[in-house]
Structure formats: structure tokens, C-alpha cells
Design a protein around this ligand. Structure first.
Ligand SMILES: NC(=O)c1ccc[n+]([C@@H]2O[C@H](COP(=O)([O-])OP(=O)(O)OC[C@H]3O[C@@H](n4cnc5c(N)ncnc54)[C@H](OP(=O)(O)O)[C@@H]3O)[C@@H](O)[C@H]2O)c1
Length: 231
């Protein structure tokens, strides 16, 4: 498949390695432009391009920028993206460390509903539940013991199953986590977040999740702080 990646930091670059290794044709982009991605391009064989190029003509587009940066993506970025292109949202809201108080996430809705409103199109939520550094070492062939499973939420069954097949093809089991409105089940602070559970563990964690945003995942008056010193 043709896969575009918007944001080639921790998560975007790890996915670039895995997608290229699985035979996909990957286009990577960031805010500084393709010249800054020469290293990742040389390592993986992915094509570095402007953000618009990473979105145009793809089968799948992965959005892997910090949540606070979502509103700074070019307006109309997805305006002419066909409805059958799968847009995967990897983002997590870190109000105390990085993002500050974001209206519309803090008190209502799921994080991905907020992302959908900003992008102006539906997303599939995936890859948000695993540490980026666990992606390369954690990938295993289908059927391996203790294969890590990733929760996948989305409203379009076809898009979700395409994302789940993509995940299986790069080394992880995929678990259907329901709709975007229910995707609080896999947000930061949920029982399965960053736990690297297998299918059974992810299903059990999703079932135990609580929609209430926990205090550690709420902004404070001093937000944002830093990862070392959360506000
Ligand atoms: N790190 C993890 O372990 C992990 C795991 C799961 C999910 N996530 C979530 O995934 C998202 C990305 O996290 P990350 O750790 O990969 O972040 P990161 O390492 O800081 O990388 C962010 C990337 O986004 C790009 N970017 C920022 N603003 C942009 C814009 N306006 N247009 C285009 N590109 C832009 C940056 O490009 P420049 O460097 O050129 O600015 C950089 O390539 C976050 O929401 C995070 O919470 C992270």
C-alpha cells in the first residue's frame, strides 16, 4: 500500500521502519521539510516530501504529530482526500507535560473526536497505546506467543479492518476497540495504555476502562509543564 506519514518523530519514524520492512511504499513528512528527513529516508527507503505530498494519493495516512500541533497543520490538508483513504490518528493528549489545556478534549468528547473536527474527516485511532520504542523490538510474526496486541477504534468498519490488517502485517495483533466515541477505552490512563498486553489482555483492559478523565491526565493551572516536571 501507499502510506503517508505526517510527523516523523518517535512514533512516525518507528512506523516508517515497520511499514517499509513490510513492503509498503511510505512517504514521510514533518514541519521542517524533506531535507530534515534525509537520514530516515536513507535508513528506510521511504520518500521524504512536503506534508501535502504525504497526504495526496495515499491509501493510508498516519497522523503522528503532538496533539497541540494538530491545529497548526495546513488548513484544508484533507479537503480533497477521497473518503476511502484511511486516516490513522496516533495522538495522545498530554495536558500536564506537553499540550496544555485543550478545550474540547479536557471536558468533553474523546481525543480522536477532537482530532476529527480539526482534520475535517473521520479517523481510525491506532498505535496510540504503545511506546514508540517498543514498536521495532515488539514486532513478531502472526501466531507468535505473547504477540503484542494494539487497540483499534473507528466508525467505518472497512477503514478499521484495513488498519487492523496493516497492523497484523507489521507484527502486531489488532483488537477491535469499538467506535471513536468509545475510544476513551484506549486513551492515556486507561488500563491497557502502554502495557503491551496480548489480545486477551487488551480485551480485558478495554472492558475495564472508565470514561472519566483521571486527574493525572487533566490540565492544571500551570499546564503545560515538561515530561520531567509535569505541571
Ligand atoms: N512517543 C511515543 O512513544 C508515542 C506513542 C504513541 C503515541 N504517541 C503520540 O503520537 C504523537 C506523536 O508523538 P511523537 O512522540 O512521535 O512526537 P515527536 O517525536 O515530537 O514528533 C513529532 C513529529 O511531528 C512533526 N510535526 C510537528 N508539528 C507539525 C506540523 N505542524 N506539521 C507537520 N509535522 C509536524 C514534527 O516535525 P518537526 O520535528 O519537523 O517539527 C515531528 O516529526 C503524539 O500525539 C504522541 O502523544 C507517541
Amino acid at each position: 500500500m501507499k502510506i503517508g506519514i505526517v510527523g516523523a518523530g518517535n512514533i512516525g519514524s518507528a512506523l516508517t521502519h515497520l511499514f517499509q520492512a513490510a513492503g509498503h511504499e511510505v512517504t514521510i513528512s514533518n514541519s521542517r521539510g524533506p531535507g530534515s528527513l534525509a537520514g530516515l529516508s536513507a535508513e528506510t527507503g521511504a520518500r521524504a516530501a512536503a506534508i501535502e505530498e504525504a497526504v495526496r494519493g495515499q491509501d493510508v495516512v498516519v497522523v503522528a504529530v503532538p496533539t497541540i500541533k494538530i491545529p497548526s497543520l495546513p488548513r484544508e490538508l484533507f479537503a480533497s482526500t477521497p473518503a476511502d483513504v484511511v486516516v490513522i490518528d496516533t495522538t495522545n493528549y498530554y495536558p500536564r507535560q506537553r499540550d496544555g489545556h485543550l478545550d474540547g478534549i479536557e471536558d468533553a468528547n474523546t481525543e480522536s473526536e477532537w482530532v476529527e473536527r480539526h482534520l475535517g474527516r473521520p479517523v481510525v485511532k491506532a498505535f496510540n497505546t504503545i511506546e514508540a520504542t517498543h514498536l521495532l523490538p515488539g514486532a513478531k510474526p502472526a501466531g507468535s506467543a505473547d504477540r503484542i496486541a494494539l487497540a483499534v477504534a473507528g466508525d467505518d468498519a472497512r477503514a478499521k479492518s484495513k488498519a487492523m490488517a496493516l497492523i497484523d502485517g507489521i507484527g502486531f495483533d489488532a483488537v477491535d476497540a469499538g467506535t471513536i466515541a468509545e475510544s476513551w477505552r484506549q486513551q492515556p490512563g486507561s488500563p491497557g495504555y502502554l502495557k503491551d498486553y496480548d489480545v486477551k489482555g487488551v480485551r480485558s483492559a478495554l472492558a475495564k476502562a472508565n470514561p472519566e478523565r483521571q486527574p493525572d491526565w487533566r490540565a492544571t493551572p500551570n499546564s503545560p509543564g515538561t515530561y520531567d516536571l509535569p505541571a
